[in-house]
Design a binder for this molecule. Sequence first.
Ligand code: PEP
Ligand code: MN
Length: 338
Amino acid sequence: MILIFRREVTEQEIQEVLRKIESLGYTPHLSRGTVKTICGVTGDDRAISQSEFDQLPGVESVLRVLKPYKLASREFHPDPTRIEVGGVGIGPGTFAVIAGPCSVESEEQVESIASLLGRLGLKLIRGGAFKPRSSPYSFQGMGEQGLQILHAAARRHGLTIVTEVLSEYDVDLVGRYAGVFQVGARNMQNFALLKALGETRTPVLLKRSMMGTIEEMLLSAEYVIKGGNPRVILCERGIRTFETEMRNTLDIGAVPVAKRLSHLPILVDPSHAMGDWHYVPAVSLAAIAAGADGLLVEIHPDPVHAKSDGKQSLNFTRFEELLARLRALAPHLDVEVR
Ligand code: PEP
Ligand code: MN
């Protein structure tokens, strides 16, 4: 349920309403917007009657939220959310480019990527140290040693780390290095992990699963926010369809849909969507044009010899070309590439 306050509501009236909500055993979520102040009410609200609230001083109207997710919804939070990560505000006005290898492989590999990002004025580096691989025989990542390699290179070049956490048992360890926890597609509905991340205050990059609906993605975001961590960034990375020419099918339409349904920022991952670097620039340009808040893109100094996802990784020259094209387009779309 959402309570909308009158424009001239006093602070005292607001506090009174918050107390009333709590006394009934529900949780209030106050949101002071640019135009109006509203208050979301969560809990099992089927039992509460609307009339209990619309009589309260200061309340203009009461709406029932029909969506199953509340805190992630636009209704609860009409203004788009901006999430600060390493000096980059992911949200309105910014197109954030998070680039790096699929997996951390060596100090030299990460150093070459980090120094490229630094030279290009980018602030966010991706790279997996704990890798979710379809086959147990594939490279599983370097683990904590990989995180240390990322950390050292990130420090040298003023970067913030975006890295995957596979399990709730690893949240503390990965959290010592990560500026953003990445939740992989295969873990979008790992509710134990989502709850553990809700207890942290580190931003969470939540990837849509290959068979997840937009609503399911927003419900997963709801787990993290409900747990107490409002810093959730969504990511569309392609879904599984009947098409076999591409690794996945990029659901570009999910970008405007998620932005209408939710206040959370949404990135596009063109690499896992397409599975082949040839297509990465085209869909990256589609992402900025569709209003995405940024990219999560795989790059590698020597893609042919990458330990994972080399086929879909851009080499440095191709990445620089893409970045130049994004920067050329950005002013026409009222965003800045960061
Ligand atoms: C990744 O970003 O490296 C990754 C494993 O992606 P996804 O979870 O989307 O498959
Ligand atoms: Mn990958």
